[in-house]
Design a protein around this ligand. Structure first.
Ligand code: CA
Length: 219
């Protein structure tokens, strides 16, 4: 899962980057509104954390422009504490959720998980498809009730596929959301990753759609 962090306070941005990295996400950072607007308009994110007070272009304007351009990715607005007007304006401008600063990192992570799974029609942090259960909070999986250890890359790939159940995910899309900016030089990297994952979750769980990509769950 790939996240855009928009925050001009470097320490908060760094803390978010660290916490989200440990939680298994890949992310891009923007420190001002113009960069944020550009990235959100041209790249594909599973969620955006958007500070509203930003240099160059304020967060509310960035959000309105994204929505006007048809960009529908889920956005959590980070607002100043007790600014109820910010919350109302943010939600009216198209934010899906908000969090007042300062916030507890645990709460932010829970909201990120929630907003991402809501977008994919899941109601719980544990995703289940057939015999495979993926705990998106603990970053672990079981198959037939048996725990299988996942590397971070394997977790990211399985999580993305299971959040897009019954959808064909192309190799390019998977690469973007699993590797983020650490784009692999080896063009077979995704194939190798999927092969490793299949050994853990069962060879038929992740199916290949020839020339199109990968799919889990029924069609
Ligand atoms: Ca700010």
């Amino acid at each position: 899962m790939r996240i855009l962090i928009v925050e001009d306070e470097r320490q908060i941005a760094l803390d978010l980057q660290t916490a989200l990295g440990e939680a298994g996400y890949v992310m891009d950072l923007a420190y001002d509104g113009e960069t944020a607007w550009y990235l959100g308009d041209t790249e594909d994110y599973d969620a955006v954390l958007l500070d509203l007070g930003l240099p160059k272009l304020d967060g509310m304007t960035v959000l309105k422009r994204w929505r006007a351009a048809g960009r529908t990715m889920p956005v959590i607005a980070l607002t100043a504490r007790d600014s109820w007007r910010d919350k109302v304006d943010g939600i009216d401008a198209g934010a899906d959720d908000y969090l007042a600063k300062p916030f507890q990192m645990e709460e932010l992570l829970a909201r990120v998980r929630s907003i991402i799974r809501r977008g994919s029609g899941n109601t719980s942090a544990v995703l289940t498809i057939d015999t495979v259960m993926l705990d998106t909070k603990q970053q672990d999986a079981t198959v037939d009730g048996r725990a299988v250890g996942l590397t971070q890359l394997e977790f990211r790939a399985l999580s993305y596929l299971m959040h897009h159940k019954s959808c064909v995910v192309s190799q390019g899309e998977l690469t973007e959301h699993v590797y983020g900016q650490d784009f692999p030089h080896d063009s077979n990297a995704v194939e190798v990753l999927i092969a490793r994952l299949r050994k853990k979750v069962g060879t038929t769980f992740i199916r290949t759609k020839r020339g199109q990509g990968y799919i889990v769950g029924g069609e």
